[in-house]
Design a protein around this ligand. Structure first.
Ligand code: GDP
Ligand code: ZN
Length: 294
């Protein structure tokens, strides 16, 4: 048996980094319950192939949304970088959903505001990120294109000893940032793609890049986190600003939707909770009640 880390996953096929080599692995049976970032025990079956026998207990687990279900995205992530930019406009809905995924998963989250060189749009972007900063999420301003050295100097130390996943809507500059932070990212991607896909067609898949000290996870084509598996209790705890109000509602089993004497709704009326955040909470309660979860 050998210990390895899953660096890419495609269906039931996994690329596992083990003892300085990459092995193409499968799981036993029909299961595909392994995620990128999993620490696995493998048995080598040929010089470049193996079978995953088991995986270690996960420190954290993130899910992506797939046809109204939560599917495994990545294991053992310790921090989430949400990449947004001055232009094109970013979605508050996506930012807050990502923050909910991080909170529910016990993962630290930061916002990376890219393209700060677009000076005329910077004030507006700063105004919009102020909400997240007020909730205690760090906001880091960078410019991957105009100030690459400063960007690396700021972000690289934050990656040390961490397993960091970068997510963002397309056009925000996530690829530009990955290319700055991971030397030879393009080459690694081509190799991984060839090894997993055996040259058929390149699909998008989550991949993990190993740095000297830490990991970066990229999930091209990523749309949205899966939040369907979260219970109402988990959802209310995932909104940081709700916490001081919880336990003060008139009804102990208050859903914070329309109930009289709801302390959370009171917080919204007083402007201590942003309306857009409470609207998202309502939407997520609705979505998780519509589906079976996993
Ligand atoms: P992705 O879709 O998030 O991976 O974004 P890309 O990295 O492909 O970048 C999208 C576009 O934004 C490209 O044309 C980049 O050259 C541009 N871009 C990336 N970073 C910056 C930046 O800091 N400033 C400006 N002005 N443009 C940037
Ligand atoms: Zn309430």
């Amino acid at each position: 048996m050998m210990d390895g880390i899953v660096i890419a996953a495609h269906g039931r096929h996994y690329l596992v980094h083990v003892e300085g080599e990459r092995l193409h692995c499968v799981t036993r049976g029909k299961k595909s319950d392994i995620a990128v970032g999993d620490q696995v025990d493998i048995k080598r079956t040929s010089p470049d192939q193996g079978v995953i026998e088991s995986f270690a207990e996960r420190k954290t687990l993130l899910y992506r949304s797939d046809q109204f279900k939560s599917k495994l995205l990545a294991a053992n992530v310790t921090q989430l970088f949400i990449v947004i930019a001055t232009e094109p406009g970013f979605s508050d809905d996506l930012v807050s959903r990502s923050l909910v995924a991080a909170e529910a998963g016990g993962i630290a989250a930061s916002l990376i505001l890219n393209k700060t060189d677009v000076a005329d749009l910077l004030p507006k972007a700063r105004e919009r990120v102020a909400l997240y900063a007020s909730l205690g999420y760090p906001v880091h301003e960078v410019s991957a294109k105009a100030r690459p050295e400063d960007t690396v100097a700021l972000l690289a130390p934050m990656l040390r000893d961490q397993s960091t996943i970068l997510i963002g809507q397309s056009g925000m500059g996530k690829s530009s940032l990955i290319n700055l932070l991971v030397p030879d990212a393009d080459i690694a991607t081509r190799e991984i793609s060839a090894a997993l896909d055996s040259g058929k067609h390149t699909t998008t898949f989550t991949r993990l890049y190993q740095l000297a000290d830490g990991n970066i996870i990229d999930s091209p084509g990523f749309q949205e986190f899966g939040l369907y598996h979260l219970s109402e209790g988990m959802l209310e705890r995932a909104f940081r600003e709700f916490q001081p109000f919880l336990g003060h509602c008139r009804f102990y089993n208050c859903h914070h939707l329309k109930e009289p004497g709801c302390a959370v709704l009171e917080g919204v009326h007083e402007g201590r909770i942003a309306t857009q955040r409470h609207e998202l909470y309502q939407q997520l309660v609705h979505e998780s009640s519509q589906t079976i979860g996993y």
